[in-house]
Write a protein that binds this ligand. Sequence first.
Ligand code: UDP
Length: 328
Amino acid sequence: MKKVLITGGAGFLGSHLCDRFIKEGYHVIAMDNLITGRLENIEHLFKLENFEFYHHDVSKFIHVPGDLDYILHFASPASPIDYLKIPIQTLKVGSLGIHNCLGLAKAKKARVLIASTSEVYGDPMVHPQTEDYWGNVNPIGPRGVYDEAKRFQEAMTMAYHRFHGVETRIVRIFNTYGPRMRLNDGRVLPAFIGQALRGEDLTVFGDGSQTRSFCFIDDLVEGIYRLLLSDYVEPVNIGNPDEISIGDFAEEIVKLTGTDQKVIYKDLPKDDPKQRQPEISKAKEILGWEPKVSRQEGLKVTYEYFKSLSEEELYDKDHYNFDKYIIR
Ligand code: UDP
């Protein structure tokens, strides 16, 4: 039985990856320090013999006994609010964390796949973003802690590949959504749905003309699974190119939830990218992958998930009062 270590295994993406590898018949070790991950996301796996959970911070030395075939490094805070609340951990997991994962991979002769991000392109001057674009990132801005950690992570990964011959894969993940996203992580989709469920106005930042392209979790997981098993070493964008302005997205959420609240406008956060759309010809060619789930279908499933959460989570004021964190 092949063995895979998934760091950030209790997080939104990590937990869905755990499910997928279990389904494919792997032995799965999920590792998480639970700063942003949630045990609820993987509770259903604890009864399985081929599933283990290590409560551990990957920024510290990682010990895994026995053989290991694959390591997926998905531990990291991943929302602009999280970068502002926990900036040092964000930097550490992308730098010390990847160093530990790569060292472990070298020792175990395991293949590593790292979760990189469209944030490596910063506020992009090339549209849609191709993998050969080097990006436009402000290293000292509020997003710098995430963007630069992820850029460093890519550099470190390529160095271990070139210098030590470690087998590596790099996925650049664009905005992804679906069940198990944290309701209060500040990202636009849970923010809008949370506001609709609490009967609050929907807060669009800026004039709403900035764009994003949202990929449903199942599509992302399929792309990552294919990339891991491919022999392609350079970064591959995985995302859904269906681009929409945040203003139009707010209207879609109003329709989806049937809320009678208004859309209101607040200042744009500093360094908020104006446009984002993945160019995915590489993924199509190399992995035979493209997204299959429309936003309409994906949003329906995601809305059902958010509706099933407790009142306590929905009204966790300390967590959804984002204004005190955002730098504009
Ligand atoms: N946004 C918004 N209202 C909110 C939260 C976010 O208008 O309550 C905007 C944000 O300014 C950005 C877009 O939605 O332009 C996506 O933000 P998110 O935090 O989801 O992630 P990003 O793609 O910026 O990393």
